[in-house]
Ligand binder design. Structure first.
Ligand code: C2E
Ligand code: MG
Ligand code: MG
Length: 680
């Protein structure tokens, strides 16, 4: 640890010898004058005084005269010396008082001002020295010719004080200008002498310098050095404090993972950029983007690799940043950017392409090539908002739209999006409470066997009843429930309710019927659907042959390998499998043949065109034939008219479902229908 300055071995360095010299000088002077007087006084009196009376009078008083004269001389000498000493003391006390009452930047500015004044030099400075950057000197307070000047930077190597790298003090009493490298910032000043002292941190690393420079040769090294030494410890401590403060400030405004500005700084920077744009009557673009399927990356590679991907991508994005552009890490995998001076959407698109170019390159991670894509939302100032909050909200809405549009694309905000997004928010809030408030009910839509004209099976459809509010259809809230994760408890509730209701009907003596339950993508891929179905069957006691699962064509083809395995396990449980909404996706017939599906449901959109639209008729006929070929029975859904039914009978379709036969019914109404149809 460094010693406090008052314990330093050299603190009185210069002062003690000077006092000795002064005391010795006075004593010797006195001795010399006394001797001369003793030796020469009689001769001098004889030489100048001839009158014997006067001579004897003077000889009587010559001792007294000597004492008076030497006392006078002594007084003058001591007076001069103590005046000087007092003035120096006063100056140091003044400097110490002035400097020690200040902290931070004020400390450095008052220090340089006092040093220059007390040591009577033309220039004084305090600077930081950055070891990491080739010992770059950066002044933090520079006093020159009686005033504070703008700070400047130069390299310590090649400067007159480069000796500080090895020594504590650098003393150059004259000829500095001849040692300066051309182009050094002090070249034009005509510096003749300088004294510098290194400032070191607790680990004795050189972190700064305090220096005085003069256009005249410098004497008084010891006094100056002592003075610098007194303040060097405090200056070093202040430098360390300043560095710690800067570090804390950096942590408060920069994200530690990517070293990009954080949310707080981004907002401040955006505010400043908006002020500038308003003043210059220019426009700017605010960009929000996040990585597509980042959660999947984290899930499959682990959290650490996820962070690595974020860090790597952030540093690559930084390289492509224009001079006045701002890029920030807003949290998670979300980033924001401000692009100033963009006048048209085309400019923004070009800028985004440049900024996000690194995303096009693959990342090599644990032997795999990983491509990261982003969904980008853009809000323009002043077109889409005049303040920070509005622009941020609109860019966020546009980004959500980019995600909804299938990811990896750029969406510019438009007001239509906001309306949609607000509805989304309202819906999400209500959805969360709906399950607890038991606002969901399950309806059952019966199916008609075209050959026998009897009821044959049903589809369970969820319905959300809200007191006094608009009702939302499942196609609106099921995707949202998937997004928010609510589908997990909701899907389980649906399956459990449908199965236990079916058991209840059977126990009530009604003829057994198969109930078909819709399965969403998240349920199918992210939950262990096989375990869930097995558990529900066990808990409700339903025979598996009275349960069917409806899986849409689009879900089936998301991951063929996983789908095949899951479907086979479900089939092995004894559950019937139905392919729903057939004709809306892009099924590969090769794979379709391998899936263990028992029934195919022709999508309503084709049935709606039957029999007047020849195209719809051709497709429907072809789909029915193909299903039969693959040994599947066919259900046509959305049958509303008699002529549709006739067409389907002729095309060989086995069953129909739709308003023509019955709308979806409450459990008690369905029981009545079941009772009636069994009696018939
Ligand atoms: P889907 O599985 O294709 O269900 C058939 C939809 O057609 C139902 O709409 C039904 O009410 C409607 N529908 C029945 N007959 C007719 C008709 O004659 N004409 C017309 N125009 N429509 C008819 P809903 O109840 O609005 O459900 C829409 C979609 O929401 C369903 O399509 C299904 O994909 C999903 N869904 C419904 N219930 C559930 C559920 O419990 N779980 C899951 N995961 N999804 C569900
Ligand atoms: Mg369905
Ligand atoms: Mg359907």
């Amino acid at each position: 640890m460094r010693k406090p300055f008052f314990l330093s071995r050299n603190i009185f360095h210069g002062l003690i010898p000077a006092s000795w010299a002064m005391a010795l000088k006075i004593s010797c002077g006195y001795l010399l004058a006394g001797l001369l007087w003793v030796l020469l006084s009689d001769r001098l009196l004889n030489l100048f005084v001839s009158d014997l009376r006067t001579l004897s009078l003077l000889q009587t008083f010559k001792g007294l005269i000597f004492i008076l004269v030497t006392a006078l001389l002594l007084f003058l000498l001591l007076w001069r010396h103590f005046t000087r000493l007092r003035r120096a003391e006063e100056q140091i006390a003044l400097a110490a008082q002035g400097v020690s009452s200040c902290v931070g930047d004020a400390f450095f500015t008052s220090l340089v001002a006092y040093l220059a004044q007390v040591l009577e030099t033309d220039c004084a400075l305090v600077a930081t020295i950055d070891e990491a950057e080739a010992h770059q000197v950066q002044t933090i307070a520079l006093w020159r010719d009686g005033r504070l000047e703008d700070n400047l930077a130069y390299s310590l190597e090649g400067s007159p004080c480069s000796a500080l790298l090895d020594k504590e003090v650098c003393w150059c009493p004259k000829g500095v200008k001849t040692k300066q490298k051309p182009g050094h910032p002090f070249c034009g000043m005509g510096v003749e002498s300088c004294l510098a002292m290194g400032l070191r941190d607790v680990q004795q690393r050189l972190i700064g310098v305090v220096m005085v420079l003069s256009r005249r040769p410098m004497g008084q090294r010891r006094t100056a050095e002592s003075l610098l030494r007194i303040f060097a410890t405090r200056a070093a401590a202040e430098l360390e404090r300043k560095a710690a403060e800067q570090k804390i400030a950096h942590m408060a405004f920069f994200d530690p993972l990517t070293d990009l500005p954080n949310q707080q700084l981004f907002r401040d920077e955006l505010e400043a950029a908006l002020l500038r744009a308003r003043r210059q009557q220019s426009s700017l673009a605010l960009i929000y983007f996040d990585f597509d399927r980042f959660k999947t990356i984290v899930r499959s590679l682990g959290h650490l690799y996820g962070q690595w991907v974020l860090r790597q991508t952030a540093s690559k994005l930084k390289e492509n940043l224009g001079p006045r552009e701002i890029l920030a890490h807003l949290g998670g995998d979300e980033f924001g950017a401000v692009l100033p001076d963009v006048s048209a959407a085309a400019d923004v698109e070009i800028a985004i392409e440049r900024l996000l170019k690194p995303l096009g390159a693959p990342m090599n991670i644990v032997g795999h090539e990983l491509y990261v894509t982003a969904s980008v939302g853009v809000a323009l100032f002043p077109h889409d908002g005049g303040d920070v909050e509005t622009l941020l909200r609109h860019a966020d809405v546009a980004m959500s739209r980019a995600k909804a549009m299938g990811r990896n694309n750029v969406q510019f905000y438009n007001p239509e999006m906001s309306r949609h997004s607000f509805q989304h928010l309202v819906l999400e809030n209500r959805l969360h409470r709906a399950l607890e408030r038991e606002e969901f009910i399950l309806l059952y839509q019966p199916q008609l066997d075209l050959a026998t004209g009897a009821l044959s099976g049903m589809e369970a459809l969820i319905c959300w009843k809200q007191e006094g509010r608009a009702t939302f259809s499942p196609s609106q809230f099921i995707p949202l429930a998937e997004e928010t994760g609510l589908i997990d408890p909701l899907g389980e509730w649906i399956l459990f309710t449908a199965c236990s209701q079916n058991v209840a009907w059977q126990k009530a003596g009604l003829p057994p019927q198969r109930v078909a339950v819709n399965v969403s993508a998240r349920q199918f891929y992210q939950r262990d659907i096989v375990a869930l179905v097995a558990r529900v069957l066990r808990e409700t006691g339903l025979d598996p042959r009275w349960l069917a699962l409806e899986i849409t064509e689009s879900i089936l083809f998301q991951d063929i390998a996983e789908t095949t395995v899951t479907l086979e396990k479900l089939r092995d449980l004894g559950v019937h499998l139905i392919i729903d909404d057939f004709g809306t996706g892009y099924s590969s017939l090769t794979y379709l043949r391998n899936f263990p599906m028992g029934t195919l449901k022709v999508d309503q959109s084709f049935i709606a065109g039957v029999p007047q639209d020849p195209g719809a008729c051709t497709i429907t006929t072809a789909v029915i034939a193909m299903a039969h070929h693959l040994r599947m029975t066919v259900v046509a859904e959305g049958v509303e008219k008699e002529e549709q039914k006739e067409f389907l009978v002729n095309a060989g379709c086995e069953k129909i479902q739709g308003f023509l036969y019955s709308p979806p019914l409450r459990a008690e109404d369905f029981a009545t229908l079941l009772r009636r149809s069994s009696a018939a």
